[in-house]
Design a protein around this ligand. Structure first.
Ligand SMILES: Nc1ncnc2c1ncn2[C@@H]1O[C@H](COP(=O)(O)OP(=O)(O)O)[C@@H](O)[C@H]1O
Ligand SMILES: [Mg+2]
Length: 234
């Protein structure tokens, strides 16, 4: 079942033509990675899919209601003076979430022991765990994560990968953006590569690796672009 799709989506900011006809589909139950260099339009795509921004043309589709979506943006929006638990409790009324579920959510990210710790006193990795707990309080069917590990060291990032896999295994579809090839290879079931406003490659990480090299690492985006276009398109 298709869970997210875009067809020929274009978006410009003034003269900056950021998306030049983006087309892709994702399927239920997969961890889907949108891979692209900084400034390539990844956040713009998430903003369009979550209806925070209108595309100039083309179609975009998300197969669930807006209240069944979870969203983690680059800015974490935690209240620094509130405890971990209270950062979640404030959403109990908004989403009609039982307190038991709030505790369960905190436990699922391994933060029950830090429930009384103020968000400002948490490590970066713990903060990101708390953000994931907040985004999944209402058990969203589709979870959008905008560069969920970009500010984390590799070991802490691996802990977040485990959590993301757990969410996928519990039935959520995960759509994440990253500029990190290794992350995409290790974590994603399928990836698309965004470069210069277009999707230049897509598939399972292993298939893409096989296509471009034998080292089982995803190729450099720039290298794929050069290989596909002879470097002549700009
Ligand atoms: N609200 C905006 N107004 C003007 N330009 C924007 C806006 N949002 C993004 N851009 C521009 O669009 C391009 C893509 O941005 P973005 O989607 O944030 O890229 P990424 O998330 O891949 O780093 C960048 O050149 C950025 O400066
Ligand atoms: Mg971004």
């Amino acid at each position: 079942m298709i869970s997210i799709s875009m067809k020929n989506v274009e978006k410009s900011f003034g003269k900056n033509n950021v998306l030049k006809g983006v087309t892709f589909e994702t399927y239920e139950g997969e961890i889907f990675g949108l891979l692209g260099p900084s400034g390539s339009g990844k956040t713009t795509i998430i903003n369009i899919l979550t209806k925070q921004l209108a595309a100039d043309s083309g179609k975009s589709f998300v197969a669930v209601k807006s209240e069944e979506i979870g969203l983690v943006l680059e800015y974490d929006g935690l209240w620094g003076n509130l405890s971990s638990l209270d950062n979640l409790v404030v959403f109990e009324d908004v989403y009609k979430i039982p307190h038991k579920r709030t505790l369960e959510s905190l436990e699922s990210v391994g933060l029950l022991c830090a429930k009384k710790t103020k968000a400002d006193s948490l490590s970066k990795g713990m903060r990101q765990r708390l953000v994931l707990a907040r985004a999944t309080l209402h058990k969203p069917k589709i979870l959008f994560l905008d560069e969920p590990t970009s500010a984390l060291d590799p070991v802490t990032a691996r802990g977040i990968y485990d959590l993301i896999r757990k969410l996928r295994d519990s039935g959520s579809t995960v759509f994440l953006t990253t500029h990190n090839m290794e992350e995409a290879t290790n974590l994603c079931d399928r990836v698309i590569m965004l470069y210069d406003g277009r999707i230049i490659e897509q598939g399972a990480p292993n298939e893409i690796c096989d296509k471009y090299n034998a080292t089982k690492t995803l190729p450099d985006l720039e290298a794929v672009f050069v290989q596909l276009t002879g470097g002549g398109l700009q």
